[in-house]
Design a protein around this ligand. Structure first.
Ligand code: DAH
Length: 338
């Protein structure tokens, strides 16, 4: 005659195998191996057995418990698999999928990345400064006196506390020189802000790459060489580059940079793309005063600086007719650069 536990195992395994759904399986689990299940009850009953019977029955109890637990898990796995097939069966894999839109880099990001790469090859390191600046970094240190038109409230976004949105990235020249002694070779890409009348070529926010190279014996020839190399890399080797005399308070001499490239749609036209020049001694003096040393001794060090208009460069390179397109988020425009 089988042991009652063996009988219980047989009953349990049959019920588990026959369970038509999860609820029935759960009911069988509670009935046999739940807290007060009939198999579990044998755990308590062990104490009442004769000492010599205990090891045999104990071993059997463990086997029964394990067998029942394994059967429950196997049946539950079958139910889970069935559920998956039910769900998957309802999916019509012949239907067209939901297309996933792939984004692309903004044309300004593209031109910034390309430009930074070119300057890095020339040994320029990246520098950075805040968009919200103080007047000293934006004007005074750059030899721009209080009565200069750029400091006019009409041209500049001032904050109530006297700070302002930087009108150019030249601020980073000063910050870079405050932070490190010469020689120094940095570029600073970033946004600049002016209270301009917005039209096809003017925007309240635009982008520049500032460049600064300070060393012994830096000359205008170095400036011209670096800029020409950059323009040829960006626009092609046929690109003509022109330097025209100009005035900036923070450089002497100062030069405006123009390009004309055969490869471009607007090729037969000189287009102004940057300001540049040799760093004015007064700028070095202002930096020395702030640093409290003579690191930028204007008798020993010379430097060139430039500020490239990135929106302008992108408009030329990609033949974009209106600067406002950069900020309108029109996908028909942006998708053309994917
Ligand atoms: N900061 C000038 C501007 O935004 C551009 C410029 C001119 C930058 C001459 C320079 C420079 O570094 O040397 O119009």
């Amino acid at each position: 005659m089988p042991h009652p536990l063996e009988q219980l195992r047989e009953d349990a395994l049959r019920e588990i195998a026959d369970a038509p759904a999860e609820q029935a399986l759960e009911a069988a689990r509670v009935k046999y191996v739940g807290k007060s299940g009939s198999i579990s009850a044998w755990g308590d009953r062990m104490k009442t057995l004769a000492a010599e019977d205990r090891p045999v029955v104990g071993k059997l109890l463990n086997q029964v418990r394990d067998a029942v637990a394994a059967a429950i898990e196997a049946r539950a796995a079958q139910f889970r698999a069935r559920k998956d097939t039910d769900v998957l069966g309802k999916i019509d894999i012949s239907l067209p999928g939901t297309p996933h839109e792939v984004g692309s880099l903004h044309p300004l990001t593209l031109i910034l990345e390309r430009s930074i790469q070119i300057f890095r090859r020339m040994g320029f390191a990246l520098a950075d400064g805040p968009d919200v600046e103080d007047e000293w970094h934006c004007f005074d240190a750059l030899n721009t006196p209080p009565d200069h038109p750029a400091r006019n409230e009409q041209d500049t976004f001032y904050l109530p506390d006297g700070r302002l949105l930087r009108t150019h990235t030249s601020t980073v020249q000063i910050r870079a020189m405050q932070a490190a002694a010469p020689p120094l070779r940095v570029i600073a890409p970033g946004a600049a802000y002016r209270r301009d009348e917005v039209d096809a070529t003017h925007s309240a926010q635009f982008h520049q790459i500032e460049g600064l190279y300070v060393d012994e014996n830096v000359s205008v020839a170095d400036l011209k060489g670096a800029i020409e190399f950059f323009m040829h890399e960006l626009f092609g080797p046929d690109t003509a580059v022109q330097f025209r005399p100009h005035y900036f308070p923070f450089t002497e001499p100062s030069l405006e940079i123009y390009v004309k490239s055969k490869a471009l749609k607007r090729g037969e036209q000189w287009i102004e793309v940057a300001g540049s020049g040799m760093v004015h001694p007064a700028v070095f003096e202002a930096v020395n005063e702030a640093r409290g040393d003579d690191a930028y001794d204007p008798d020993r060090w010379t430097g060139y600086a430039f500020g490239l208009g990135m929106d302008r460069l992108a408009m030329i390179l990609f033949d974009i007719p209106d600067i406002r397109l950069f900020a309108q988020n029109d996908l028909r425009f942006l998708k053309q650069f994917a």
